[in-house]
Design a protein around this ligand. Structure first.
Ligand code: G3H
Ligand code: 13P
Ligand code: ZN
Ligand code: NA
Length: 307
């Protein structure tokens, strides 16, 4: 059923695992993710960015999710707004049946981030909707060192922010970044910082954005069949498992879905140049998403069998 993240995160926190939050843009991606969650008997978060909402339409996404839930009512599913840019978009999603929204004021001055996040929480909470917020800026180690500013989440500020906004979960910046090019050299995350934040906010669910692993097999397939995805590097799976045991209850994945889907389509079209029926290449692409997500649920999130 469509659910709040509340029970999911409480169980994940206590059990030292995480719930995968996967970005959705169309039917094949939703079906691939839901197929994996059903096969693994895992709770799952389907998240919709502002761009996805604009691409597919909020109504279409909700109807697709409803159809998926009818197919398999036993899987707990959260529908979440990813990186909500404004109060108005959060309100539209809350009114449209989302069970969770993120308000992303991380680019704003601290007090403005607090005011905006609190405004969303005050609207969401009476309606039973969960609110994720973000403090700090997602950036790799190099960018952090280059700047004197607090790019990474400051632990004491995190405590103050949560208390003053009433947000239900917090995305932290500890060295991950969005997209396929996360690290120039060796992958590194600031686990000392994560541990401090987690200790200062006991029992409180943290969120890790920019958590794709950028599997090199997908990169290689893309490049073999005409792609140009050079030097791509993600977060190693063991680092994600470690984070999941340190208060991180939600791990965000978008890039790996894009890579799995595109690698499959590139390969299929290259090997079957006579084919032009979209179903012919979207069927294996959907399966590639499902296989990738099932692997992640089982081996990275640790949420198999928790539905
Ligand atoms: O955090 C960003 C997500 O990967 C969504 O990306 O805004 O291109 O849909 P998007
Ligand atoms: P990736 O780009 O690492 O998949 O991160 C996705 C994300 O954080 C969506 O909010
Ligand atoms: Zn993100
Ligand atoms: Na966890």
């Amino acid at each position: 059923p469509l659910t709040s993240p509340k029970q999911m995160f409480a169980a994940a926190y206590a059990g030292g695992y995480a719930i995968g939050a996967f970005n959705v843009n169309n039917m094949e991606i939703i079906q691939g993710i839901m197929g994996a969650a059903a096969a693994e008997k895992s709770p799952v978060i389907l998240q919709v960015s502002a761009g996805a909402r604009q691409y597919a339409g909020q109504g279409y996404i909700m109807k697709l999710v409803e159809a998926a839930l009818q197919d398999d009512p036993s899987i707990p599913v959260v529908v979440h707004l990813d990186h909500g840019p404004s109060f108005e978009m959060c309100r539209d999603c809350i009114d449209g049946g989302f069970t969770s929204v993120m308000i992303d004021g991380s680019h704003l001055p601290y007090e403005e981030n607090i005011a905006l996040t609190k405004q969303v929480a005050d609207y969401a909470h009476p309606r039973g909707v969960w609110v994720e917020a973000e403090l700090g800026k997602l950036a790799g180690i190099e960018e952090h060192v280059a700047s004197a500013e607090h790019v990474y989440t400051d632990p004491d500020q995190a405590v103050d922010f949560v208390r003053r906004t009433g947000c239900d979960s917090l995305a932290v910046a500890i060295g991950t970044s969005h997209g396929a090019y996360k690290f120039k050299g060796e992958a590194r995350l600031d686990f000392d910082r994560l541990e401090t934040i987690s200790q200062k906010l006991p029992g409180y669910p943290l969120v890790l954005h920019g958590a794709s692993s950028v599997p090199q097999e997908f990169v290689a397939l893309c490049n073999k069949y005409g792609g140009q995805v050079g030097g791509a590097k993600g977060v190693p799976e063991d680092m994600l498992r470690k984070a999941a045991g340190m208060g991180v209850c939600k791990i965000n994945v978008d890039t790996d879905i894009r890579l799995a889907l595109t690698a499959s389509i590139r390969q299929f079209l290259a090997e079957h140049p006579e084919q032009f029926d979209p179903r012919a290449y979207l069927k294996p692409a959907r399966q590639a998403v499902q296989d990738m997500v099932a692997h992640k649920i089982r081996n990275v999130m640790g949420s198999s069998g928790k539905a």
